[in-house]
Design a protein around this ligand. Structure first.
Ligand SMILES: Nc1ncnc2c1ncn2[C@@H]1O[C@H](COP(=O)(O)OP(=O)(O)OP(=O)(O)O)[C@@H](O)[C@H]1O
Ligand SMILES: [Ca+2]
Length: 952
């Protein structure tokens, strides 16, 4: 069975090819009600449409770039374009219309841009300022802006009404056949036995059809609403903008043309716009065009398209066109039908349903033949072979109905539905537990996870960083309070303080701003804010430091380089470079150091050792260390060149504290008892990582901690030995993480969950069986590669996800047992008694009832059981575990046998047992049998709720 279940379908939990999905659907297409089965799955034709759109986008863009390049050559002679501002735009107070803006950005039209006075010119025509952003005090202007240019939302398909779901539920082959049966039975019944007396059966069937239809429709409808909610939740993105001169956070839906947006590595460009200022911006346009080569964006090529991603660098952008006017908007509208790929369990259970359906069909035909044959032989004996009455016709109709109902009951239509139901239920509950599921399949995969590769920063730690120790000018100081920081300044040489503050405030990706309430606010990553805070407590002034110099180049931080740097032009003349980053790396680039007298001395053996010891000492106290250095650029510097990589003078080292989150230790222990190995993969220093890992209980005495560069050097044989024991990997590059995950998955057959926040975690998240991205610290790129978003960035939430995953898996297993048992019993009882006695104890209406109870209510009851703590006390299923375990087979067969015996006994001996006789005895007995059948199922299903599915 297990083999049959997996079938030839190549549908995986993640990244199934479109062909595989298509092929699978074709295979299942011949089964009952394909339409209903694929209700909540992805609309493949829309996907093809979107892929085609990407292709045309790519072509369009290529041509636009070529044309604008050609135009660029003749730019001197800009012919005055014949652009006329439409009257209504003019009346609203603007000087450029949305179509013109669209043609500039989408067409990469340098000529037109030049004609409108460049980015500054366009900003004036849009009544905005590239420094202060939009002014929102004038609400009238804001409204007009919306009217003229639209809002940044995409057209969504209309929510489907309840009646559509009713209509869909009605399109069930078997229900339709039964409907016809009911109709005929009503007509024949009323014709032969008169109204009411003869209408019994017909009305009964109609009522149960209606009930089935409504229960299904209600449950489908509620599910569709829930998927919709989750969909909107998925799309909620907050971005930083400058409005009224203040930097603030805003939902991308509220963006308007003219807004100044701040973008950093990992962000998604929220609308079409023009580059204002920034450094080393690389844009990945693949989501829009399918083109994988990143594009450099700068003042020469200032066009930024909605939906593309910032791969490197940071910049300010002015929004030009929004929402449905952008290509991205059109693409999104195509894909807005949503839907998810089939999950492996759905595929498996669809396979089961198909097989059993065929068996059921066979039995149904045989049963019908046997029953009809019985009638014939009966008539033969009675000698009424050639006389046919309405009653006989009714009889045959009844047989036919029984045959149809056997098919209805035999096809475990509820199985794939139960999976969807159970997953959707878990999804909703997980949302309450702060985990947003992006792909349904993740819920079920998470249940079998055997390894979690966790980030350190932000996941295991709180991500609230403060500088607590420093070693400036070779002197170690504790600076965990502002007063201590202030005294540090008085003890330090003046020149060193000056350099330090200049470095902290200029060589940063963060910013100190005053918000609209007049309060000081520090923006940036936690590491940056910690440093800025430190700078402020030393008495520094952000704005003053910023104005004192002019930045000529910024190389923003990324996890591969693990450092950042700036080159600045000093007011007094001369160029200076500042760098900061992972201490070992930056220290290795230094050959001088500032000593305690403020003199610059060569970095000799002794001072190197002293600094290295300091780094180790800080790291062993679980502090994140950062080295700060600078260098005078006497030979000049051209912004096109990369920053120098050596010859720096070390200013000092800071130790940043990032405490472990409360509850992490307990969660790690839970994982351990659940057979899930937790490994830490971090970009931080190995000693810091080890110290934190020990604190969380991840690193044990027999575990290994390794640095990324070492890991990379290992041969394949060494890795085979090493990988299972690795508990901490420090100073890892994004590729190391990817390699580790790949080995764990392929070589060791583990089911791996990976957490990540950065852009560079994307490959590992993609490779993992379940990618978990951080909701708060995570970048858009990481979130998009993930299957689940951990909204509170907390490791404990990951454990909750695992728990829910297990509960989904077990609930579905229980439901499968239940349904298979009911199917087997219903099938055998009807078939055997039809063969042996020539009549069926369970009538069509009764079978329909049972079917409804099984399919809908049974699924609701069993598939929505919440998890308990017991779940986390046994080992995970892993990759190899059979879905239908041997214990389950035992349960199914045992139960079927028992139920069959009970019913058979009633059938054979029932009349004697309950001393039934008289004209109604058959009817009473059948009712008895039916009720026993139902009670058997009911008690079995309650049993299942507590039953153990695994042998210890
Ligand atoms: N803004 C920054 N500027 C300069 N250096 C930084 C900055 N942020 C972090 N670093 C340095 O880079 C190192 C690694 O950072 P990276 O982003 O790779 O790891 P992380 O994501 O912070 O850690 P984890 O992988 O555990 O989440 C840090 O240990 C720190 O020394
Ligand atoms: Ca990270």
């Amino acid at each position: 069975m297990e083999r049959l279940m997996s079938g030839d379908f190549d549908v995986k939990a993640k990244h199934s090819s479109e062909e595989a999905l298509q092929k699978w659907r074709k295979l299942c297409g011949v089964v009952k009600n394909p339409k209903r089965r694929f209700r909540f799955t992805a609309n493949l034709s829309k996907r093809y449409e979107a892929a085609a759109m990407r292709k045309t986008n790519q072509e369009k863009l290529r041509i636009a770039v070529l044309v604008s390049k050609a135009a660029f050559q003749f730019i001197q002679g800009v012919s005055p374009s014949d652009y006329n501002v439409p009257a209504e735009v003019k009346a609203a107070g603007f000087d450029i219309c949305a179509d013109e803006l669209g043609s500039i950005v989408e067409g990469h039209d340098v000529k037109k841009l030049k004609f409108h006075g460049g980015v500054t010119g366009v900003s004036e025509k849009l009544c905005t300022s590239i420094v202060d952003g939009l002014t929102t005090t004038d609400s009238d202007l804001l409204n007009r802006r919306q009217e003229i240019y639209g809002i940044n939302k995409f057209a969504e398909s209309q929510p489907r009404s309840f009646w559509i779901f009713v209509w869909e539920a009605l399109q069930d082959m078997t229900l339709m056949i039964l409907g016809v049966c009911a109709f005929v039975s009503l007509i024949v019944g009323i014709a032969t036995e008169g109204w009411l007396e003869g209408a019994h059966d017909g009305i009964g069937i109609v009522a149960s059809i209606l009930l089935v239809v409504f229960v299904t429709a209600i449950s489908d409808y509620r599910q569709s609403l829930q998927f919709r909610d989750l969909d909107t939740e998925k799309k909620k993105i907050i971005i930083q903008v400058t409005r009224n001169g203040f930097r603030q956070k805003l939902s991308i839906y509220d963006l308007l043309p003219g807004d100044i947006v701040h973008l950093a590595i990992g962000d998604q460009v929220p609308a079409d716009g023009l580059f204002v200022s920034g450094f080393s911006v690389l844009i990945d346009e693949s989501s829009l065009t399918g083109e994988s080569e990143p594009v450099m964006v700068n003042s020469e090529n200032p066009f930024m398209l909605s939906g593309t991603k910032v791969q490197d660098g940071s910049c300010k952008m002015m929004i030009a066109t929004v929402g449905m006017r952008t290509q991205w908007g059109k693409l999104m509208a195509t894909l807005s039908e949503g839907g998810d790929d089939e999950t492996p369990l759905q595929v498996k259970l669809n396979g089961v349903a198909t097989i059993i359906g065929k068996i059921g069909l066979f039995f149904a035909v045989v049963t019908f033949a046997v029953l009809v044959q019985g009638l014939f032989s009966h008539k033969w004996q009675a000698g009424t072979y050639f006389r046919w009455s309405g009653d006989d016709a009714l009889e045959i109709l009844e047989y036919f109905a029984i045959a149809v109902t056997i098919v209805v009951v035999a096809v475990p239509e509820g199985l794939p539905l139960a999976v969807t139901l159970s997953l959707a239920f878990a999804m909703k509950k997980m949302m309450n537990d702060k985990a947003l599921v992006r792909h349904l399949a993740a819920c079920e995969t998470m249940g079998s996870a055997t390894t979690i590769c966790s980030d350190k920063t932000g996941t295991l730690t709180t991500n609230h960083m403060t500088v607590v120790k420093s070693c400036i000018c070779m002197e170690v100081k504790v600076v965990d309070q502002p007063t201590k920081a202030a005294s540090l300044v008085s003890e330090m040489p003046v020149s060193a303080v000056k350099l330090l503050l200049q470095s902290i405030f200029n060589n940063t990706g963060g910013e100190v701003v005053v918000n609209e309430d007049g309060k000081r606010e520090i923006l940036g990553t936690p590491t940056e804010t910690a440093l800025l805070e430190f700078g402020l407590s030393l008495g520094g002034d952000f704005q003053a430091e910023r104005q004192a110099v002019k930045l000529v180049k910024v190389e923003p931080f990324n996890s591969t380089k693990k450092r950042m740097g700036v080159v600045m032009e000093l007011h007094e003349g001369g160029l200076r470079a500042h760098t900061k980053g992972a201490s070992e790396i930056v220290l290795a680039a230094c050959d001088k150091v500032i000593n305690s007298n403020g003199d610059i001395v060569p970095l000799d053996e002794e001072s190197i050792n002293l600094l290295k010891d300091t780094i180790d000492q800080f790291a062993n106290e679980a502090l994140r260390t950062l080295c700060i250095a600078y260098m005078e650029l006497e030979g000049g510097f051209s912004p096109e060149n990369p920053m120098p990589v050596s010859g720096y003078t070390c200013i000092g080292i800071v130790g940043i504290k990032d405490p472990v989150r409360p509850g992490v230790k307990e969660s790690v222990a839970v994982c351990r008892s659940a057979g899930i190995t937790v490994r830490m993969v971090t970009g931080d220093n190995i000693n810091t990582a080890k110290a934190i890992a020990r604190e969380c209980g991840i690193l044990t005495d027999d575990g290994i901690a390794i640095e990324g560069p070492d890991f990379r050097e290992k041969s394949l044989e060494e890795l085979l030995q090493l990988v299972p024991k690795i508990q901490v990997m420090a100073r890892s590059s994004p590729l190391d993480k990817h390699t580790l995950v790949k080995h764990l998955r392929t070589t060791f057959g583990e089911v791996v969950a990976v957490t990540g926040d950065g852009t560079n975690d994307a490959p590992a998240l993609h490779e993992a069986d379940i990618g978990l991205a951080m909701g708060i610290a995570g970048t858009e790129v990481a979130k998009e590669s993930a299957d689940v978003i951990i909204l509170d960035d907390n490791f404990s939430t990951i454990v909750t996800v695992a728990k829910w995953g297990r509960s989904v898996y077990i609930n579905i297993q229980k439901f499968v047992q239940f349904q298979l048992t009911v199917n087997v019993v219903a099938l055998i009882v009807n078939f055997s008694s039809a063969c042996l006695t020539g009549s069926a104890p369970l009538t069509a209406v009764q079978l329909l009832w049972v079917n409804m109870i099984m399919d809908t209510l049974g699924a609701l009851a069993l598939a929505t059981e919440p998890p308990n703590d017991e779940l986390m006390k046994r080992s995970p299923v892993g990759r190899k575990g059979n879905f239908i375990s041997s214990v389950m087979w035992r349960n199914i067969l045992g139960q079927s046998l028992y139920q069959f015996m009970v019913i058979w006994h009633l059938q054979a001996k029932g009349k004697a047992l309950f001393s039934l006789d008289g004209p109604d005895s058959d009817l009473v007995l059948n009712t008895l049998i039916f009720n026993s059948f139902v009670f058997c199922q009911a008690s079995f299903s309650t049993n299942l709720k507590t039953i153990k599915l695994f042998l210890k």
